[in-house]
Design a protein around this ligand. Structure first.
Ligand code: NDP
Ligand code: HSE
Length: 429
């Protein structure tokens, strides 16, 4: 039955790829949304930079403004959806909204990963809610399951493909032989990439998402600066071929793990055995593999980027906020105020794939093996590819602390028989 109570008014801060999708779905799915939220929901104002900008979905320009104060000062707006991106002015607007006791829904992972603590604390002061389901994994419900459904378990490991742009690029490069530049341009055109795509390809976007998931999983505020990151721009087509020959797929993985020595959090290209459930995730799809102490293995899968999948996650947050308006928030996330400790990357243990361009003469392999041995790095497989000027050694190590592997790499770079080390990729078991 349709609800007859007054409509909840939404202020949309930003109306690009995601914001126009939100506007579209609020109108298109009005009846279902009203039923789920138990009140009608309407967008009553929209903030943009330029009103006449082209948008993926048709939007009512009569409620658009370029004056932030006309929305932020409107006492009739109950919930603000921030989909502008970046940290300023998004952070200032968010603090203003929460300071006035209004609720905030955001898709902005950078904002939460950098300023989560400040926002959670501001929300607690006024009993407002901060919701950010869309900030991680686009349309995949992952934040609420991690917070609430797994609230009674201990999360030991998270392995995620959490950036749609890079997964799209790697898929296009390996499956269709596209170049890196072609695949990136397509991802931008499809609306997956950030305004500055270096955040995607250099791992910053995934680092923000991992900081958010780690904070929830390990019950402490972990910021994006604490997450080690390497992007995909140095992954070569030859590495994708080598990986396939060796039985692996290359993915940009976000990995957080609770171990005896402490918590690690890192984003880097990773060779995953093709039998791993994450290895087959392709295109703009994301997946997060969670290992809980009691629940065991879980996998969350769906479109990690794009207008309507992400808008769906935002509307899920709106439903939650509207249903619980007037009651204390389901989670105050007080743990976000406890600074989380993250192990230095030098202490993290990984297996490594390495390619060395070498001089093709007897004794080369012995010299290389000697350097690895001197640094306590043991080798799992070694293959020579090519001859003469094209001679290459392709090897995979056993698990080794990053510190020892880096020392071995420095030693190898000093060998006269090693011409270049064009590629190093970590390997996940
Ligand atoms: P867009 O660049 O497409 O849209 C940004 C919108 O915000 C535009 O409407 C822009 O106005 C407006 N805007 C930006 N800065 C200001 C400002 N200072 N004052 C007023 N308006 C401003 O970004 P997306 O929609 O792609 O992304 C929005 C957020 O959602 C980001 O935080 C992003 O990380 C996140 N996200 C994006 C996903 C995606 O697939 N694209 C998926 C999940 C999360 P104008 O239109 O006039 O330029
Ligand atoms: N640029 C992001 C991505 C958007 O490609 O995953 C979704 O957060």
């Amino acid at each position: 039955m349709a609800e007859s109570r007054d409509a909840v008014k939404i202020g949309l801060l930003g109306c690009g790829t995601i914001g126009s999708g939100v506007f579209h779905l609020v109108r298109k799915n009005a009846a279902g949304l009203t039923e789920a939220a138990r009140r009608p929901v309407e967008v009553s104002g929209i903030l943009v930079k330029a009103i006449d900008e082209a948008r993926p979905f048709e939007v009512d320009t009569s409620i658009m403004t370029t004056e932030a104060s006309s929305l932020l000062d409107d006492p009739g707006i109950d919930v603000f959806i921030e989909v502008m991106g970046g940290t300023e002015p998004a952070r200032s607007y968010a603090l203003e909204v929460l300071g006035k006791g209004r609720h905030l829904v955001t898709a902005n992972k950078e904002l939460i990963a950098r300023h989560g603590r400040e926002l959670m604390e501001a929300a607690v002061r006024t009993d407002a809610q901060v919701m950010f389901e869309a900030a991680v994994g686009g349309g995949i419900p992952i934040v609420r399951p991690m917070e609430l459904s797994l609230g009674g378990d201990v999360v030991n490991k998270i392995l995620g493909i959490v950036n749609g742009t890079t997964n799209y690029i790697l898929t296009r490069m390996s499956a269709e032989g596209s170049t890196y530049a072609e695949a990136l341009a397509e991802a931008q055109q499809l609306g997956y990439a950030e305004a500055d795509p270096s955040a995607d390809v250099e791992g910053g976007d995934a680092a923000s998402k991992l900081a958010i998931l780690s904070s929830i999983a390990f019950k402490a505020g972990i910021t994006s600066d604490q997450v080690y990151r390497e992007g995909i721009s140095r992954v070569r087509p030859e590495d994708l071929d080598n990986a396939a020959e060796l039985g692996y797929a290359v993915k940009l993985l976000a990995i957080a793990e609770r171990a005896e020595a402490g918590v690690s959090a890192r984003v880097h290209p990773t060779m995953l055995p093709r039998s791993h459930p994450l290895a087959s995730i392709s295109g703009n799809f994301n997946a997060v593999f969670v290992i809980g102490e009691s629940v065991g293995d879980l996998m969350f899968y769906g479109q990690g980027a794009g207008s309507l999948p992400t808008a769906t996650a935002i509307l899920g947050d709106v439903v939650n906020v509207v249903r619980t308006m007037g009651s204390p928030p389901a989670s105050r996330r007080s743990y976000w105020s406890r600074p989380g400790e993250v192990l230095p990357m030098e202490e993290v243990v990984s297996r490594f794939y390495m390619v060395l361009n070498v001089v093709d003469r007897p004794g080369v392999l012995a010299k290389i093996a000697g350097v690895f041995g001197d640094n306590n790095v043991s080798l799992e497989s070694v293959v020579q590819k090519g001859i003469g000027d094209g001679a290459q050694i392709v090897l995979i190590t056993h698990g080794v602390a990053e510190r020892s592997f880096r020392a071995a790499t420095e030693g190898l770079e000093k060998l006269d028989v090693v011409l270049e080390i064009p590629s190093v990729i970590r390997v996940e078991s």
